[in-house]
Design a protein around this ligand. Structure first.
Ligand code: AMP
Ligand code: GLY
Length: 438
């Protein structure tokens, strides 16, 4: 079959790499793709927001399956739109109703409460109910968690320890700090624990396949210090997610979510990303995303043995029955090379060298482009390097060794991805969290 992959980041590079291995694939297209994806697919110069352009590409290239990488086109209704076109393709990615799980934090919280899925206690407020919002804040222990209801490019969550500063932030959010996305704000209890990401692929009819879990590293600095980024690296599997903990996730969170979608009449076909936190051995949902994670996908894809395209097609058709997945038992570690200055301001257009010298790891392009025949940086997060190893230290060492072979002016990467998960550090982190939180 011909497949069209929507998106252009590290996540899509890893999805493209996996899809390209499928015996079921005839030809892979990407819109718009990136120079790394171009090695295995035909890139089409179409923006992810250009629904008409995407529909035309589907028709012109005889596409049977569209795989949607990022959330924005899903929240904006790409899957719904494609269904209205003549000879519609299959789509791996939810329609607008399902995508609201990511598009509205309030919708997601109401969904969890309605279906008994463990999550932080919360209330939602608007500018008209500012005084009530402040009264609710007073009932919570610091730090205070404020979340813009709508999408805010990953920036809409504020965690603030000072009560007065939190009130001021709230006022700014209601006054349009995140545009209309913060017209409503979810205020919730702070949960103390360690986070992980769990992914399932579901078919809208109760069938689902759970992919390898992962943990991502959001802070720019080592030891999780400094500003938040789009993700500096990831590991899979997550050592504390043992069989018992994964079973709790399945029975308390994944199954009730899948059943809840059906009960609510939402025909959800695609990936669900459960952003979870382990609070003293019990999993809670921090957020839902309606896509794979980035940079988790870069660690998860190399751990899937077998044909993911076959599973995505079955999910998009609405029938995963009889399908299963095998995991590679090795550990994957992903290290992200970023531009100097990121996540603040940074320059683009720096020449990247050394990608072709990497032989062991997988190199996934995130923010790159080709200019005058040269590969140059084109974003904050530039290249992800993933290695497999027998454990976290070995996988990380292999990924770092290869990351060091890739150079561009100002390149930076963390050297401690996954190290907190080595038992002693995890205990120290818990102690730190308890001091900070409840
Ligand atoms: P979100 O966009 O909802 O994933 O929030 C961004 C980040 O804020 C999460 O990855 C967590 O690290 C943190 N966070 C969000 N909600 C909470 C919460 N209730 N308790 C503790 N940390 C949270
Ligand atoms: N790694 C977190 C995300 O993709 O949202």
């Amino acid at each position: 079959m011909n497949v069209l992959l929507i998106g252009s980041g590290g996540r899509e590079s890893a999805l493209a790499w996996k899809i390209a291995q499928s015996p079921r694939l005839t030809k892979l297209y990407a819109a718009p793709g990136n120079p790394g994806i171009a090695d295995i697919a035909q890139n089409l110069d179409i923006k992810v927001s250009d629904f008409d352009g995407i529909a035309k590409a589907v028709k012109d290239n005889d596409i049977s399956l569209v795989v949607v990488g990022p959330e924005v086109p899903l929240i904006d209704g790409l899957a719904d739109f494609l269904k209205t076109t003549p000879n519609p393709p299959l789509v791996c990615g939810p329609t607008k109703d399902g995508a609201t799980l990511e598009g509205s934090k309030d919708f997601a919280k109401q969904f969890m409460v309605r279906h008994g899925i463990p999550t932080a206690r919360y209330k939602t407020f608007s500018g008209d109910t500012y005084d009530e919002a402040v009264a609710f804040l007073k009932t919570l222990q610091p730090p205070y968690v404020l979340k813009a209801d709508g999408p805010a490019a990953g920036k809409g969550v504020i965690i603030e320890s000072d009560f007065q500063v939190a009130c001021n932030e709230l006022k700014e959010m209601f006054s349009g700090k995140f545009g209309k996305s913060s017209a409503e704000v979810v205020i919730e209890e702070f949960l103390t624990g360690i986070e992980l990401s769990v992914f399932v692929l579901t078919d809208g009819h109760g069938g689902y396949i759970t992919l390898p879990e992962a943990k991502d590293y959001k802070r720019i600095g080592e030891n999780d210090e400094g500003l938040n980024t789009g993700g500096m690296g990831s590991v899979s599997p997550v050592p504390f997610a043992d069989k018992e903990f994964l079973e709790k996730i399945d029975t308390r969170i994944v199954k009730p979510t899948i059943d809840g979608l059906i009960a609510d009449g939402i025909d959800y076909r695609g990936f669900i990303f459960f952003g979870l936190i382990n609070c003293g051995g019990d999993p809670y949902v921090i957020e839902y995303n309606v896509r794979m994670g980035d940079p988790e996908t870069e660690s998860v894809m190399p751990r899937i043995d077998g044909d993911l395209l076959d599973l995505m097609e079955a999910a998009a058709k609405g029938d995963l029955s009889g399908k299963s997945i095998n995991f590679n038992p090795k550990t994957a570690a992903t290290v992200m090379l970023v531009s100097g200055g990121y996540p603040g301001s940074y320059e683009k257009g720096k020449e990247i060298t050394g990608c072709d010298t990497v032989k062991t790891s997988q190199v996934f392009h995130a923010g790159t482009k080709t200019k005058d025949g040269k590969l140059v940086t084109d974003g904050g997060r530039v290249i992800a390097v993933t290695a497999l190893g027998d454990d976290i230290p070995l996988a990380l060492a292999a990924a770092l060794q290869d990351a060091n072979k890739i150079t561009f002016d100002g390149a930076y990467h963390r050297r401690d991805i996954g190290k907190d998960l080595l038992r002693k550090d995890w205990l120290r982190k818990e102690e730190r969290g308890n001091k900070h939180g409840k």
